[in-house]
Design a protein around this ligand. Structure first.
Ligand SMILES: Cc1cc2nc3c(=O)[nH]c(=O)nc-3n(C[C@H](O)[C@H](O)[C@H](O)COP(=O)(O)OP(=O)(O)OC[C@H]3O[C@@H](n4cnc5c(N)ncnc54)[C@H](O)[C@@H]3O)c2cc1C
Length: 431
């Protein structure tokens, strides 16, 4: 029987000797001890980099999901790390809690979202890992270890963003907030105005982000703020319809940029402004059907508009095949050692490329712009950085690597990709 595995976009594939879904924590520990190495754990396979790829074992925690306990007073919930965000949202809403923020989709497992510093947008809102109160892991020797923010803060900062290489998260306690409502508004504006007013517009809302629509000169701004008003209907998303239009115009008019721009502008003018109030769990996520590959870099906040202007110029001069909107968000600074938001308010810029086409020429051309502006790559999205580059970007890099060695002394979680990333020896195949 073949053990084929591929990520969401289809760009990363693997043929591990073993694909396993432990049914209980005991089996998880046994597998970590005895399964063919390297052992990589998968959440929902939504990362674009080969983090999960292994010729040894890929472990899924799909059977280890759900609520373990909760503290209503402190708005804390302890959940199994395989829990998918879409079920987590409903679990939390059922106990009067809410995730303070979310990214674009709700398909990831919480363990996977934590593993790559998955984030939403908002200058005062941290990525998921900043919610960690306790972390239970199974280490590279198959032993269960537990760490609490109070008392083990340094270790939590070391292993909160850990790419599946600092043990397998089995349970986590999250600091949530009381369930809430958001008023979400969307409108279109010229990109020149958006870049000029970037700092004030991004800071004026609890959560704000924008998409630049390539070859249009326009951005779509999205703002979300707490609301106590009655809920109203969330309009049906037509992101997929808009993408189809942009792709059609790209395919037909790639070499007629003026006409392409005019027709895109016509389509943009028809996009209705949006304004609705909904419970938090009905606001953040959208359904992404069109498959793509993605690169996202996290830049010092003030570098965002400059970098974006350069990327737009590059794409519109040299990459007519590009049609996916570019996404710009902000993320609060945090203390986690391998967090791309470590000690700096961040502007995150994401570029996307149709999964049917080779993404690498565009990504390779854009990456130097991100790097020139001091960017750190999203761990789960395409980038070409290796240990020597990464060490310069993360002041606590060596400390993090020392914690990793303690948790995984036999390098059980080290695949060739992880070895390159961390600058260490790969795990031998088998045990
Ligand atoms: C359509 C789409 C939209 C996206 N939107 C966003 C967004 O809005 N914001 C954002 O920041 N990112 C976004 N991403 C990226 C995505 O959130 C991250 O790549 C995330 O890590 C994927 O979660 P996953 O559960 O699929 O994890 P996987 O990709 O399966 O794994 C990611 C990492 O976590 C590790 N891991 C998984 N489970 C565990 C565990 N139990 N213990 C220890 N390590 C574990 C894996 O080994 C791996 O290193 C998006 C991706 C897609 C495809």
């Amino acid at each position: 029987m073949s053990n084929s595995w591929s990520n969401w976009s289809g760009f990363v594939t693997a043929e591990p000797r073993l694909l396993a879904s432990p049914a209980d924590p005991g089996e998880l520990c046994d597998l970590i001890r005895t399964a063919p190495g390297p052992v990589r754990v998968v959440g929902a396979g939504h990362s674009f980099t080969p983090l999960v790829k292994s010729q040894g074992t890929i472990l899924s925690l799909e059977k280890l999901q759900g609520l373990v306990s909760h503290n209503a007073k402190k708005h804390q919930a302890r959940v199994r790390a395989g829990t998918r965000l879409d079920s987590l949202m409903h679990i939390l809403q059922g106990i009067g809690q809410g995730l303070p923020n979310m990214g674009d989709i709700d398909r990831q497992a919480i363990g996977g979202a934590l593993g790559t510093a998955t984030h939403g947008s908002g200058p005062t809102l941290g990525a998921y890992h900043t919610q960690l109160e306790t972390v239970q892991i199974v280490d590279g020797l198959g032993k269960v270890r537990e760490f609490k923010r109070e008392g083990d803060q340094e270790t939590i900062h070391a292993i909160g963003v850990a790419l599946g290489a600092f043990g397998v998260l089995s349970e986590v306690t999250l600091n949530n907030i009381a369930s809430y409502r958001l008023r979400r508004r969307k409108w279109v504006l010229p990109i020149g105005d958006m870049l000029r007013d970037f700092e004030t517009m991004m800071a004026a809302h609890r959560s704000a982000e924008f998409y630049y629509i390539p070859f249009s000169g326009y951005a779509q701004f999205i703002a979300s703020d707490f609301s106590a008003e009655a809920t109203t209907v969330r309009p049906t998303d037509d992101d997929e319809g808009s993408l189809r239009t942009l792709r059609r115009l790209r395919t037909g008019l790639a070499w007629l940029p003026a006409l392409r721009r005019r027709l895109i502008l016509g389509a943009v003018a028809k996009v209705p402004a949006e304004d609705y109030v909904q419970d938090w769990l009905n606001v953040y996520a959208s359904d992404r059907q069109t498959r793509f590959n993605e690169m996202e870099y996290h830049l010092p906040f003030e570098e965002g508009p400059k970098a974006l202007a350069e990327i737009i110029e590059l794409a519109e001069k040299h990459f007519p095949e590009v049609y996916f909107p570019m996404e710009v968000r902000s993320v609060a600074s945090d203390e986690f050692w391998l967090s791309p938001f470590h000690k700096r308010l961040t502007c995150s810029i994401a570029i996307h490329h149709d999964a049917a086409n080779d993404p690498l020429p565009f990504m390779r051309a854009v990456e130097p712009i991100f790097r020139r502006h001091g960017g750190r790559p999203h761990w789960g999205k395409m980038h070409s950085l290796k240990a020597a580059d990464l060490k310069k970007l993360y002041p606590r890099w060596d400390d993090a690597m020392a914690v990793r060695r303690d948790i995984d002394p036999q390098n059980r979680f080290v695949s060739p990709y992880m070895a390159d990333l961390f600058g260490i020896e790969p795990s031998p195949l088998g045990i």
